[in-house]
Design a protein around this ligand. Structure first.
Ligand SMILES: *Cc1c(COP(=O)(O)O)cnc(C)c1O
Length: 442
C-alpha cells in the first residue's frame, strides 16, 4: 500500500514538473550543475530544481504553471514580495535614463543617506555588487586599518564565498557536505581562526592568546545560514567588549539581517554597535547590491581617500540603487515591521503547533520575519547542534509542502522569510499545509 501511494505521488510530481525537468536537463549541458548558485539545486532534498516563470506578491509560478507561496523570497532581498509597485516604478523610471555610466549619480547619494540614517554606526558606506564583495572588502579594510592579519569567524556563519571565509561556512557548503571548500589554499585560511558561535569564553581565550594579531571579528549577529540561531543574551555585548580591549575591528555581517529584523538591522534590535557593517540583499530590493560601511575614521582608509584598494565597474549601478531606494522608503512607512512581526509570529506559532500536534520533534527559532523549523530534538544554539538535525525528515517535509503549494528553501540549514506581501490567508494556508504534512511524517 505504502509503495503504491509512493508511486502515485511520484507520478504526480513527474507530470507536474515536466517542463522544469526538461529545462534542468538542458541547463546541465551548459551550466555546471544546471544552476548559477549551488543552493538553488534540490540535491539535498533529492530532486531537481523548479524553473520559475514569474513572481507576484508572495507567489511564484514555475514554468509548468504551478503556483507556490514563496518563503525563499530570493533568499531574503524581497521583503516587500515580488514586483512591489513602487519598486517596479522606480526601476522603470531609472531605466529610461540609461543603465550604467561608470560615473557618479545622485541615486548613490540617496541610498547612502538612507543607509547612514537607518544605521547610526554607519557614517560612510561604499556600494558593491554582492554580499560576498562586501565582506571581502570589509575584511581587507579591517586588515589595512589595523595592520594585522588574523580574522576570527564562527562555525556555521556564512559570509559569501570569500576564500578566507569559506571555512566551516554554513549554508550551501553545509548542505553539500563540504563546509570548507577545496580550491582554497591552506595558506589563505591560515589567517582565519574559526571557533564555535554563541560561546563567549572561546572568543575570550582566543583574544587572550592572539588578541594583538587579530584584525577583526566577523559574525552574523543573528546566524541565518545554519537555520536561524539568535545570539545568546550578552553574547554581542561580550564581543564588543573584547574587540574594544584588544583593538579589534568588530564586523557585523548584516547582509541578511539588515533592514530585515528591524529597519536598523540586528544592531538596532540588540543595541550593540559594530565598527563595520556589511549589507546586501534587501538594500538592492531584488537587484544585485552589497555594501559595507562604518566609522568614517575606518572607511577613509579606502581608496581614493586611503590606500586600501577596492573598486567595481558596476558598483552603485543606477537600476540597483533605484530598486534599493524604493525598497527602503517603503520600509519606512508606519507599522511595516509591526505587521511583519505579527504575521511571522502567527506563522511560527502555527508551525510549532502543527509539529507538536503531530508529535514530530522540532525546535523553532524566529527573529522577526526570519524563521526556521529545525527537525531536531532539543535546542539549536550553534553549528554543532544544527548539524544534528534530521535532514531526511526535512526533505520529506519540504516535498510535502511543495506538493501543497508552499515553496521553502531546499535545505534544512536556511531561513524562511516572510514578506509584507504574505497576507493572513497565505499564512493560514501555509499553516494548514504544515499541519497535514507534519502528520504524514509520523
Ligand atoms: C547571502 C549572504 C552573504 C553573501 O551575499 P551574496 O550576495 O550572495 O554574495 C553574505 N553574508 C550573509 C550573512 C548572507 O546571508
Amino acid at each position: 500500500m505504502a509503495k503504491v501511494s509512493f508511486f502515485i505521488i511520484f507520478a504526480i510530481i513527474m507530470v507536474l514538473n515536466s517542463k522544469s525537468k526538461e529545462a534542468f536537463e538542458q541547463a546541465c549541458k551548459t551550466i555546471p550543475g544546471g544552476v548559477n548558485s549551488p543552493v538553488r539545486a534540490f540535491g539535498a532534498v533529492g530532486n531537481d530544481p523548479l524553473f520559475i516563470e514569474s513572481g507576484h506578491g508572495c507567489h511564484i509560478t514555475d514554468i509548468d504553471g504551478n503556483k507556490f507561496i514563496d518563503y525563499v523570497c530570493s533568499w531574503g532581498p524581497l521583503i516587500l514580495g515580488h514586483l512591489e509597485e513602487s519598486v517596479l516604478e522606480s526601476i522603470k523610471l531609472t531605466l529610461e535614463k540609461g543603465t550604467s555610466f561608470g560615473a557618479p549619480t545622485q541615486l548613490e547619494i540617496q541610498l547612502a543617506e538612507l543607509v547612514t540614517d537607518a544605521v547610526p554606526s554607519i557614517e560612510k558606506v561604499r556600494m558593491v555588487n554582492s554580499g560576498t564583495e562586501a565582506t571581502m572588502s570589509a575584511i581587507r579594510l579591517a586588515r589595512g586599518y589595523t595592520g594585522r592579519d588574523l580574522v576570527v569567524k564562527f562555525d556555521g556563519c556564512y559570509h559569501g564565498h570569500v576564500d578566507g571565509l569559506l571555512v566551516q561556512a554554513g549554508s550551501g557548503a553545509t548542505t553539500l557536505g563540504s563546509p570548507t571548500s577545496p580550491g582554497v589554499p591552506q595558506d589563505y585560511i591560515r589567517n582565519t581562526l574559526t571557533i564555535p558561535y554563541n560561546d563567549i569564553d572561546v572568543v575570550k581565550e582566543v583574544c587572550d592568546k592572539k588578541g594583538k594579531e587579530v584584525a577583526c571579528i566577523i559574525l552574523e549577529p543573528i546566524a541565518g545560514n545554519m537555520g536561524v540561531i539568535p545570539p545568546k543574551k550578552g553574547y554581542l555585548e561580550g564581543l564588543r567588549e573584547l574587540a574594544d580591549s584588544h583593538g579589534i575591528v568588530l564586523i557585523f555581517d548584516e547582509v541578511m539581517t539588515g533592514f530585515r529584523v528591524a529597519y536598523g538591522g540586528a544592531q538596532e534590535l540588540y543595541n550593540v554597535t559594530p565598527d563595520l557593517t556589511t549589507l546586501g540583499k534587501i538594500i538592492g530590493g531584488g537587484l544585485p547590491v552589497g555594501a559595507y560601511g562604518g566609522k568614517s575614521q575606518i572607511m577613509d582608509f579606502i581608496s581614493p581617500n586611503g590606500s586600501v584598494y577596492q573598486a567595481g565597474t558596476l558598483s552603485g549601478n543606477p537600476l540597483a540603487m533605484a530598486s534599493g531606494i524604493a525598497t527602503l522608503k517603503k520600509l519606512q512607512e508606519e507599522g511595516v515591521y509591526q505587521r511583519l512581526e505579527l504575521s511571522s509570529e502567527r506563522l511560527a506559532e502555527g508551525f510549532r503547533k502543527a509539529a507538536v500536534d503531530a508529535g514530530v520533534p522540532t525546535y523553532h527559532a524566529r527573529v522577526g520575519s526570519m524563521l526556521c523549523t529545525f527537525f531536531h530534538d532539543g535546542e539549536v544554539v550553534d553549528y554543532e547542534s544544527a548539524k544534528g538535525c534530521n535532514t531526511q525528515r526535512y526533505a520529506s517535509y519540504f516535498h510535502g509542502m511543495l506538493e501543497r503549494g508552499v515553496y521553502f528553501a531546499p535545505s534544512q540549514f536556511e531561513a524562511s522569510f516572510v514578506s509584507t506581501a504574505h497576507g493572513g490567508e497565505d499564512i493560514d494556508a501555509t499553516i494548514q499545509a504544515s499541519s497535514e504534512v507534519m502528520k504524514s511524517l509520523k
